[in-house]
Design a protein. Structure first.
Length: 383
């Protein structure tokens, strides 16, 4: 490979754009190919929450790297709403895990604290604390507009000489002695390395290279909640999952008289076709959501469900992203996909690790991230 390789990144969602950014910063020649427009995939349909309230040290480490980048981009003009993130606990065992998370986050330089059940109303005056033992709160966590994030990243990529070609779908792949010849319906593009950041379409992209990638496109819904009166406090992101994982709901501030809520289901019955799925919220989901909301925040002033939508989580069998080559004998095809419900918050660190693979042949800058490669053990059918 040449000292400054030509890298083509497939997909202009958060993962593709963060990868492109890390690559141009390190001197690579980068072209991003996007079948539709910037943020038109899952990224543009997400609710943009960025949090670090996890209990696994590696998950926290990944977010430390992501937060470092978010803080830098915020200083450069990306708008980040620091509304805080409250993860609720229903058992003492969960509270003990949360206490360990506070320690782990403190060691990693992140701020969080435990909230007892009798303190919950101090943070969220409308919350019904029945059945809750307390929560884990990160005051610096928050959300951003994922369209803004993608356009912000695209701006930096372009300013550093990268090219972003929208409405240019990768249709076919030829192999030459030095790399790939990519067919997009107009002039073919020659390159040394390809990064597959195709989100829910990443398996189709891998197939063009004769490789198999197991990512399950799972449909998730979000709904706006309008309030008759503005709240006199900022609703943090509230994550209320039964048993700390699986099913439940979350909701957060969007405007002073508007919240966004999401319902969590344990599993979807079948993988969705990313080119043909119902991108609207189903009526039954709204009913289910209303019931959960009435239980947890029963007295929100004049709460009405508004517009809803659906998008896809690109999910792997073990619910961790794929970053690295599928086939170690083909290191010039790097995958950066499968971030499930965390592809906004993990995109900065995934982009960093993917760029490591491209430019250094190994994920040298994030300890333990070799484990994210789509190895034969991990790249298996899920569900
Ligand atoms: C309702 C909802 C809420 C969510 N909330 C959050 C949240 O709060 N926080 C969080 O971190 N994550 C959240 N997520 C998850 C997050 O949106 C995804 O993990 C993330 O957007 C995935 O990004 P991506 O870049 O991998 O994929 P995408 O954004 O889908 O980008 C892939 C791109 O590749 C393009 N593409 C595909 N095939 C080709 C081809 N052959 N040639 C060229 N281009 C191609 C597609 O057009 C697409 O634009 C949410 C998701 C949903 C649906």
């Amino acid at each position: 490979m040449t000292a400054s390789p030509h890298v083509v990144v497939i997909g202009a969602g958060t993962l593709g754009l963060c990868t492109a950014l890390n690559l141009v910063e390190q001197g690579a020649r980068v072209t991003v190919l996007e079948a539709q427009s910037i943020a038109s995939g899952s990224s543009g349909r997400s609710v943009g929450v960025v949090g670090s309230q996890f209990t696994d040290p590696f998950e926290i480490l990944l977010r430390v790297h992501s937060f470092r980048r978010f803080r830098q981009w915020e200083a450069e003009g990306l708008h980040f709403n620091h509304i805080g993130y409250l993860r609720l606990a229903r058992t003492q065992a969960q509270m003990e895990l949360f206490a360990r998370s506070v320690e782990m986050q403190a060691e990693a330089g992140l701020t969080s604290r435990l909230i007892r059940a009798d303190e919950l109303r101090g943070l969220v005056p409308h919350i019904n604390p029945d059945g809750l033992e307390g929560g884990l709160f990160g005051p610096d966590n928050g959300y951003l507009d994922p369209h803004d994030m993608c356009n912000f990243l695209a701006g930096i990529v372009r300013a550093r000489g990268g090219e972003i070609r929208q409405y240019r779908k990768l249709l076919g792949v030829g192999r030459g002695p030095g790399g790939y010849r990519l067919e997009t319906g107009s002039d073919p593009i020659d390159c040394d390395v390809v990064v597959n950041a195709g989100g829910a379409w990443a398996p189709q992209v891998a197939e063009l290279f004769g490789q198999r990638l197991h990512i399950w496109p799972e449909r998730h819904e979000a709904v706006l909640i309008h309030l008759d009166e503005p709240l006199d406090y900022t609703m943090p992101m509230v994550m209320d999952l039964v048993n700390g994982q699986g099913s439940g709901l979350n909701f957060r501030h969007e405007k002073r008289n508007e919240l966004i809520a999401e319902i969590h289901k344990v599993h979807s019955v079948a993988p969705e076709d990313p080119d043909n799925y119902n991108d609207q919220c189903e009526e039954q989901s709204k009913v289910d959501l209303a019931e959960l909301l009435m239980e947890r925040v029963p007295d929100l002033p004049g709460a009405r469900l508004g517009r809803g939508w659906a998008g896809l989580y690109p999910v792997t069998a073990d619910h961790r992203p794929f970053v690295g080559p599928i086939d170690p004998s083909e290191p010039t095809l790097v995958t950066a996909a499968g971030a499930g419900g965390y592809g906004i918050q993990l995109a900065p660190v995934i982009g960093q690790i993917a760029a490591d693979w491209v430019l250094r042949g190994a994920p040298v800058s994030v300890p333990g991230s070799q484990s994210l490669a789509p190895s034969a053990e991990r790249n298996i059918p899920g569900h």
